[in-house]
Structures are given as structure tokens and as C-alpha cells.
Design a binder for this molecule. Structure first.
Ligand code: PGA
Length: 238
């Protein structure tokens, strides 16, 4: 299973370092075998640790250049970061990244052999239009993305479930994940209001290979509680 913490615009360089120490200690003590990934803010990037992969929340699709406010792969190389989140709904919907920018980022970081966590998911009005509309929307987000890319991890994150405290229902997750798995047989995470109260249920569902966690990951002890719940789930190999 893959458990990924998206720290978003939270934590300083100092607090992120303590956070990583606490998560590392927990993983070692509990002998956690799942893949643990943390996406800190850009100012807190650091090399991956033995059992924690560090990923970038964002970077522009260049090595370097004139892109004020952005970082490129040169800056990520400084920390040996080779994992990146692309297509998160906050970048799509708040920061206005369209399909073309997202595809360019995917192609650039794939050419550098990054592990790419690629987020997809529909806004509420599409959800309300029904399952067919959801799948048409999600398929459009995947259009032009090389789904055979070896280091691709997908994350289905319905926009309306992110940060709302209301995760998708098991039925919603099962039906969308099963449909996505027919399009792309890569690890598929669920994201959107995953917390300790629902993690056991969500992570046990067929077609869910892990979770991308925002709010409930920002405190190390809360993230560790979810890691602990995941450890106890035994899933048949699909
Ligand atoms: P959330 O965020 O867990 O706070 O809903 C998830 C995400 O944005 O990846």
C-alpha cells in the first residue's frame, strides 16, 4: 500500500524536519512495510530518508530558466528529489493549471524518469450529473497522458471531497476505481478527507492501493495513526 502525505502550504523547514523525524521513528518502531511518501512545501524539501520518499508538490516543466516563483528540476536535483505530484485539484482549480500545462509537466518529468503521482477527480457539478459524466471528465484528464509510464501512480481525488471532511462513499470509490483500473492498471490511491475514522474502510476497498492524505497528515501523530491502520489491512493481490 502507498500512504502519501500532502502537507500543502503547511509546515516550515524546521517543523517539517521534526515531522519527518517523528514519522521515521514510528515507521522504524512499527516495522512498516508500506510505501510512505511525504510532499512538503518547496522550502522544506530535503533528500528522501530510508523509509520515506520525499516528493515535490509542484515544479515547472523546465530544468531552470525565467519562471518567476517556480522551481525546476535543477532545484529538485539539489535534494535528489525524484518524485512529483502533478494535477492536484488545487493547482487545477485554484491556480488555474489547464490540461496543456499538466500534460507538459507530465511529459517533462516522465522524460527525467520521476515517479509521478498524477491526480484526477471531478468537481461537484459533474458528480451531480452522474457516473457517466464523472468518467467522461476523468478520462479527459487522462487524455494524452502516457498511462503505460512505469513510475506512474494515480490518485482519484473528487474535488468536493478534498478538505471538506466528507469523503466519497464506499460505493462511489468502488465504482470509479474499478472503471479507472480498466483504463489504467497502475497503483490507484484515493484522496479526499481520508482520516483515521474512515481510513480502515477506504483502504480495505477493492481497487484502492493507498491514500493521498491532506488535512489528516499535517500532524505526524495523526498521519502515523493512519499508517498504523493501513498496516493491519490484509488485501488479496489483485
Ligand atoms: P484532504 O486533502 O485529505 O484534506 O481532503 C487531500 C488532498 O488534497 O490530497
Amino acid at each position: 500500500m502507498i500512504l502519501a502525505a500532502n502537507l500543502k502550504t503547511n509546515h516550515t523547514r524546521a517543523s517539517a524536519a521534526s515531522y519527518l523525524d517523528e514519522v521515521s521513528d514510528f515507521i522504524a518502531k512499527k516495522e512498516i512495510a508500506d510505501q510512505i511518501v511525504v510532499f512538503p512545501p518547496a522550502t522544506a524539501l530535503c533528500p528522501s530518508r530510508e523509509k520515506i520518499t520525499i516528493g515535490a508538490q509542484n515544479a515547472w516543466s523546465v530544468e531552470n530558466g525565467s519562471f518567476t516563483g517556480e522551481i525546476g528540476s535543477d532545484q529538485l536535483d539539489e535534494f535528489d528529489v525524484k518524485t512529483i505530484l502533478i494535477g492536484h485539484s488545487e493547482r487545477r482549480h485554484i491556480l488555474g493549471e489547464g490540461l496543456d500545462i499538466i500534460k507538459r509537466k507530465f511529459d517533462f518529468f516522465a522524460s527525467l524518469e520521476y515517479e509521478i503521482f498524477f491526480c484526477i477527480g471531478e468537481p461537484i457539478e459533474i458528480k451531480e450529473a452522474g457516473f457517466e459524466a464523472v468518467m467522461t471528465y476523468v478520462e479527459r484528464q487522462l487524455d494524452g497522458i502516457d498511462l503505460s509510464y512505469p513510475s506512474l501512480v494515480l490518485a482519484y481525488e473528487p474535488v468536493w471531497a478534498i478538505g471538506s471532511g466528507k469523503a466519497a462513499t464506499s460505493d462511489d470509490i468502488l465504482s470509479v476505481h474499478s472503471a479507472i483500473k480498466h483504463i489504467c492498471d497502475k497503483p490507484l490511491l484515493y484522496g479526499g478527507s481520508v482520516k483515521k475514522e474512515n481510513a480502515g474502510n477506504i483502504l480495505s476497498l477493492e481497487g484502492v492501493d493507498g491514500a493521498l492524505i491532506g488535512t489528516a497528515s499535517w500532524q505526524s501523530d495523526r498521519f502515523c495513526e493512519i499508517i498504523d491502520i493501513a498496516k493491519k489491512i490484509e488485501k488479496p493481490k489483485e
